[in-house]
Design a protein around this ligand. Structure first.
Ligand code: FAD
Length: 408
């Protein structure tokens, strides 16, 4: 008899895991709270995820959608631009990825999962679940109660953290004191500006930055993220507030001052979270549900797809009767997450920004750092992956010294 897996949440983590399991002969049922298409944040991808999309068979349909290509990333500080290009990186990996409106992107992957035979219950409100002696989930949908059973449960409910919350496992919140607010605009004047499709981050303060993610459908995502102290003036936090905030970025204001805001800005107040344990008897957490750090390096989806590939492959091994040590999953995820955590830490203490804007960033080291920003955080040949803390601190010492020498 076929083995079956229950998955909570149809974001990138849940859908990639679903496709991998279906490809390998399992039955999959996804329970998703919202009704697609739905607005969700996480629109700038990293090249590493392309490996996972290819492996599970999503690449072709995603390519056919014609999403805007993201060949690199641009940081701007006080009008100075600093670019990373993914074709100038240490790890031999993907040299581009996409900028995607997630409503469309997740919808395409969900359709593919259905084509492979997966069942998705949209608009489902989970009321209870058990994980032992076997997983089962009870949910309400259209006024009816349903119970589904499986041999294994993957929780990829993002900020929902369904399994940790229902089983009483601790989810630590607020490791970074950051908030964000975003919306989409009709980018009708974009062709009046150079490089209209270039994704950019305008850094206003060491701990406050704005993002611009242009899409191929004529709209663009705009958002602000940073220390919550910068958002205390929020009042109603609606469209008027958003427009006012935009004035702080000379770079973005010029392009967007007369554009139409397409929906009420969506707030994320305190998004960093970490689950105390990533697995238990017959269950595992994937994607944000396991851990989410910060959006500054667009690492969320890449960590989500990496986690769901690793977890779903381990589920298959367990089904095949192999001895599976789930602590290996936590160790694997910690490796990737902790590399990014070092970069996020040194972003907000300003050291990484000093390096980027020093004018003395050695090209060899820049390629190695670029691979981290492309999501290749398991490439142990990269010194900036193997020893991220030492790497960044020595780099910072060198550029600081060079700047001092220049002054004298
Ligand atoms: C401000 C901000 C900006 C970000 N920008 C980026 C970026 O540019 N690039 C990037 O890669 N990442 C970004 N992220 C992170 C990104 O959003 C996530 O890391 C990514 O979406 C993770 O995918 P996931 O599948 O784990 O979760 P999600 O994409 O959040 O999917 C989880 C799914 O579970 C469903 N769900 C939730 N609760 C329940 C429930 N009780 N029952 C059933 N279903 C449920 C949700 O409806 C959702 O569809 C950003 C995050 C924030 C907060």
């Amino acid at each position: 008899m076929k083995k079956s897996v229950l998955i909570i949440g149809a974001g990138p983590a849940g859908l990639v895991a679903a496709a991998n399991l279906l490809n390998k002969g399992c039955e999959v049922t996804i329970i998703e709270r919202s009704v697609f298409p739905r607005i969700v944040v996480g629109e700038s991808l990293l090249p590493y995820s392309m490996e996972h999309f290819k492996e599970v068979g999503f690449l072709e349909p995603l390519m056919a959608a014609g999403f805007a290509e993201k060949p690199g990333v641009r940081f701007i500080k006080k009008g100075v631009k600093f670019d990373f290009w993914f074709n100038e990186q240490f790890t031999k990996g993907w040299t581009y990825t996409w900028q995607v409106p997630r409503a469309d992107f997740d919808m395409i992957m969900a359709e593919e999962v259905k084509k492979k035979g997966g069942v998705i219950h949209f608009g489902a409100n989970i009321s209870s679940l058990q994980t032992s002696p076997y997983p089962s989930v009870t949910f309400e949908k259209d006024g009816t109660t349903h119970t589904v059973k499986g041999d294994f449960l993957i929780d990829s409910s993002g900020f929902g953290c369904v399994v940790p919350n229902m089983l009483g496992h601790k989810v630590e919140k607020g490791q970074f004191p950051n908030w964000a607010v975003f919306t989409h605009v009709k980018d009708e004047f974009k062709n009046d500006f150079p490089e209209p499709n270039r994704i950019s981050f305008d850094i206003l303060e060491t701990d406050l930055w704005f993002w611009m993610i242009p899409f191929s459908n004529g709209t663009t995502s705009l958002g602000f993220a940073g220390n919550k102290v910068h958002f205390e003036d929020a009042e109603d936090g609606g469209k008027a507030y958003f427009k006012k905030k935009l004035e702080k970025s000379a770079w973005f204001h010029e392009r967007f001052k007369n554009t139409e805001i397409l929906f009420e800005p969506v707030w994320h107040r305190g998004y960093s979270q970490s689950s105390e344990t990533m697995y238990g008897e017959n269950w595992v957490l994937c994607g944000n549900c396991a851990e989410f750090l910060d959006p500054v390096f667009s690492s969320g989806v890449a960590l989500a797809t990496a986690s769901s590939m690793k977890a779903s492959n381990m589920v298959i091994e367990a089904f095949e009767g192999k001895e599976v040590d789930w602590s290996e999953y936590s160790t694997y995820m910690r490796q990737g997450i902790d590399v990014f955590r070092t970069y996020v830490d040194h972003w907000y203490d300003g050291k990484l920004q000093d390096i980027f804007f020093s004018g003395h960033f050695n090209p060899t080291f820049k390629e190695q750092v670029c691979s981290v920003l492309a999501g290749y955080v398991w490439d142990m040949d990269n010194p900036f992956v193997r020893r991220p803390e030492q790497g960044l601190l020595s780099l910072h010492r060198v550029v600081t010294m060079m700047i001092e020498q220049e002054k004298n």
